[in-house]
Each structure stands twice: as structure tokens, then as C-alpha cells.
Design a protein around this ligand. Structure first.
Ligand code: MG
Length: 257
């Protein structure tokens, strides 16, 4: 199933499921008991929202060897985790806003895991039970601030720095999926999820060894090589095989103030 969150002029934010170009409403809770109602809403008539409302966005740094190399840093011996605040979230089509504090905002195309069940101390062998599905994410980063601050809260944490969507795909084997990032149609990143240093079960086990994972939480699994700066007027498209394409325009903060 493809799960979306959306709203329209008449409809408050709600969950739906995608059937071709149509959306059907979801009755109940997507992470629990639900029923799919008939798909009769035109997908082009709605505004898509981030497809989940996570209590936290867990991210992994340097989880692809080639990306660590391009920054001249070692691949860590244990997963290097950090958090983005939920206020960074935007949906498909919404603008990434370049803040005036940074001169180097970059895209990071990433596969995101959506947690479906509360858990702590999850063993790698049990991790699949806690996965609800997968979506496409862009771990937008103010690289200059990330370097200058020493820790990453500000560089990774500006509003709009976590585009996610367009939907969650619940039926997918995520072991070997092609991730591509295009900026203005120009390919910047292309790699397979099989090149991850730490696998998804290892990441779930490690994160849940110190924090309780909740339904809806996001785990961004790291970016491959090829990150590059964004400028106002750019359009960034991240696509992942078997899921779909996440497209966001880039604007300067002054343009929306
Ligand atoms: Mg990242």
C-alpha cells in the first residue's frame, strides 16, 4: 500500500491510500487497525503533507563509504546518529527555504524507514517486525554551519530541512534500491541502498538500544556520495526505486518573508 497524508480546502489533514492517480481515505489508524475506503479523490487536487508525524527523526551520518571519503572522514565503527526536529518536515512540492545564516546548503538523498510499532532493545533479527514501510527523504544540511558549530543541531535543523514523501510504501524489500538525486534534471547522486555501511536492522537495533522507537518515527539511513550546494530557483528531485519521487523547489528566506 502507498500511504499519504494530505489536505484540501474542505478536508482537514488526513491519511489516505493511493490507487493510480486517485486517493482513498483511511478509516482508523494506519499503524493499527484501519480500513481502506474507495479511492475517489484526484491526487492532483490535494496538497500532500509529510506522510507521517514522527515523535523524532533519527538520522545516520556517514553510512556510505564514498560519502565519508568525499568529506575526508572515516566511516564510524558504530552508527553515528543525530536527530532532526520534527519542525524540519515538509511534504512533496513544498519549498526548501535557504536561511540567511548559511552560504552552503546541500541536498542529501536518503531512504527513510517508517517505524510501525513501539520498541526498545530490538534485536536485528526482529527489526523487520517494527518497520511499517519506506519513504523518500532529503536530509538538507547547512554544511558550513555543521562544520562551524562542531555539533549538528543547527546545520541540520532549520525549518524545511527535511522534505519527506510523497508517500510511504509498505510493501518493499529495501536491500537493493537505487537512490537518485537530480538538481534541475542534472544527476548529482546515484547509488544503491546495498552500499550502506550499517544495515537497516543494525540501525534499528542500535537506535532502540537507547531510545524507544514509536509508530511513525522516521529513520533516515544516510546519504551516498555526490552531495552538492543548492541555490534559490533550483528544483531538487530525490527518487528511490519502488517508492517514488520527492520534488521540492528551493527558495530564499527573503522570498517568503
Ligand atoms: Mg544525511
Amino acid at each position: 500500500m502507498r500511504l499519504v497524508r494530505f489536505h484540501t480546502r474542505k478536508l482537514e489533514p488526513t491519511y489516505g491510500w493511493v490507487y493510480g492517480e486517485k486517493i482513498g481515505l483511511i478509516e482508523g489508524v494506519p499503524y493499527g487497525d484501519y480500513r481502506r475506503l474507495e479511492a475517489e479523490i484526484d491526487i492532483h487536487s490535494v496538497e500532500l503533507l509529510p506522510p507521517t508525524q514522527p515523535s523524532k527523526i533519527i538520522c545516520v551520518g556517514r553510512n556510505y563509504i564514498e560519502h565519508a571519503k568525499e568529506h575526508g572522514v572515516e566511516v564510524p565503527e558504530v552508527p553515528l546518529l543525530f536527530l532532526k526536529p520534527p519542525s524540519t518536515l515538509i511534504g512533496n512540492g513544498m519549498p526548501i527555504v535557504l536561511p540567511p545564516q548559511s552560504n552552503q546548503v546541500e541536498h542529501e538523498a536518503e531512504l527513510a524507514v517508517v517505524i510501525g510499532k513501539r520498541g526498545r532493545w530490538i534485536a536485528p533479527g526482529d527489526a523487520a517486525e517494527y518497520v511499517f514501510g519506506y519513504t523518500v527523504a532529503n536530509d538538507v544540511t547547512a554544511r558550513d554551519l555543521q562544520r562551524r558549530d562542531g555539533q549538528w543541531t543547527r546545520g541540520k535543523g532549520f525549518d524545511t530541512f527535511c522534505p519527506v514523501g510523497p508517500w510511504i510504501e509498505t510493501d518493499l524489500d529495501a536491500f537493493d534500491l537505487l537512490i537518485t538525486c537530480r538538481v534541475n534534471q542534472d544527476i548529482r547522486q546515484m547509488a544503491s541502498t546495498r552500499d550502506m555501511v550499517f544495515s537497516i536492522p543494525q540501525l534499528i537495533a542500535y537506535a532502540s538500544s537507547f531510545m524507544t522507537l514509536e509508530p511513525g518515527d522516521l529513520l533516515l539511513t544516510g546519504t551516498p556520495a555526490g552531495v552538492s550546494p543548492l541555490a534559490a530557483g533550483d528544483v531538487v528531485e530525490v527518487s528511490i526505486e519502488g517508492i517514488g519521487e520527492l520534488t521540492n523547489p528551493v527558495v530564499e528566506e527573503a522570498q517568503i518573508a
